[in-house]
Design a protein around this ligand. Structure first.
Ligand code: ATP
Ligand code: MG
Ligand code: FE
Length: 336
């Protein structure tokens, strides 16, 4: 089964053709990063307008890269939430129009289900059940993937998402937007033990995360340096901040693996492309005999291939949508 998938929930306009949930025939991503950089973050109204300009060429390119015509795909999938409402609406309207014109099934996909499913693409042997740590720009979720399309959320962040923390710290140290990759690169030059930043915890909730205290600690540190007239070692700040994030993520994930007796762990979302996070999990999983799965960086950040993968398993579970499908900006994982 070949699915044409569309993703437009934030600032990437993306289309892909995916066969049977695991084989990517094409994947096209048009990023708007250069446009939003000058504003220091994603401007929703600009994102929507750019999606409208980009979506048809991106879909045409995805079909042509896959060497297929629209007639030769079997279903149309689209992210319908969560995300920016105006941005989501562009993809949803486009997918509905194509589904109507071609009389093919329409499958609305949860964006985070897409991030999780990115793991199926390069790991042909990965099957549920497993534990997945979702760390993206807007989400930090520790999830049991019980079966395809069946999720139990064990914990989530009480305040900032991991990606949000990376982006805010990047801005504070003057690295600009998007911050994650820049902090990652700069941290490689720094000492992760140079500054003792707090490890956020939520008392009584062993699987929940908190990053706002860490963010404040970084800001306080920078302010104190400024007041004392001391020069800031930005590489040390990045490395020490990142070390705190790594500790929080690793400790929660392994608490869940131990408590629930799972031996398989996956990570997903844009922050999952962070090099320190990946290497910490690789070595910890090796030590503890846990199988570890993670997508290539290009499949961690927003793309449509992951949506095509999730859509295939949704379709196999009997899920299709009517032409009344709407964008749901705050859609919860597991909700339809
Ligand atoms: P969500 O998926 O929660 O709706 P989103 O789609 O905006 O949010 P993603 O595309 O999954 O988020 O990921 C983008 C986030 O990942 C940004 O916050 C970015 O800074 C972060 N990120 C990307 N690469 C890295 C990296 N190497 N290290 C740390 N963070 C990173
Ligand atoms: Mg993005
Ligand atoms: Fe995302």
């Amino acid at each position: 089964m070949k699915i044409l998938a569309i993703e437009s929930s934030c600032d990437e306009t993306a289309a892909a053709v995916v066969e049977d949930g695991r084989k990517v025939l094409s994947s096209v991503i048009s990023s708007q990063i250069s446009i939003h950089t000058k504003f220091g973050g994603v401007v929703p109204e600009i994102a929507s307008r750019k999606h409208i300009e980009n979506i048809n060429p991106v879909i045409r390119q995805a079909l042509s890269d896959a060497n297929l015509t629209l007639d030769e795909v079997d279903a149309i999938a689209v992210t319908y939430g969560p995300g920016l409402v105006g941005a989501l609406l562009v993809g949803v309207a486009e997918a509905k129009a194509i589904a109507y014109a071609t009389n093919k099934p329409l499958i609305g996909v949860h964006h985070i289900e897409g991030h999780i499913s990115a793991n199926y693409i390069e790991n042909q042997d990965l099957e549920p059940p497993f534990i997945c740590l979702v760390v993206s720009g807007g989400h930090t979720h520790l999830v049991v993937v019980k079966d395809y399309g069946e999720y139990e959320i064990l914990g989530k962040t009480r305040d900032d998402a991991a990606g949000e923390a990376f982006d805010k710290v990047a801005r504070a140290v003057g690295l600009g937007y998007p911050g994650g990759p820049k902090v990652d690169a700069m941290a490689k030059e720094g000492n992760p033990h140079a500054i003792e930043f707090p490890r956020g915890a939520v008392s009584g909730s062993p699987y929940d995360f908190s990053f706002s205290g860490l963010k404040s600690a970084v800001l306080n540190y920078l302010n104190q340096c400024e007041m004392k007239g001391e020069e800031v070692n930005r590489a040390d700040v990045c490395a020490s901040f990142q070390a705190s994030v790594v500790d929080s993520l690793v400790s929660r994930a392994f608490a869940a693996l131990d408590d629930f007796g799972y031996k398989k762990l996956a990570i997903a979302g844009g922050v999952a492309s962070n090099s320190a996070i990946r290497s910490a999990f690789i070595s910890e999983c090796e030590k503890k005999g846990v199988e570890f799965y993670y997508p290539s960086p290009i499949l961690c950040t927003d793309n449509a291939a992951m949506i095509g993968s999730a859509a295939y398993y949704d379709y196999k579970n009997g899920i299709t949508h009517g032409l009344d499908l709407n964008a749901v900006p705050n859609l919860k994982l597991g909700e339809r």
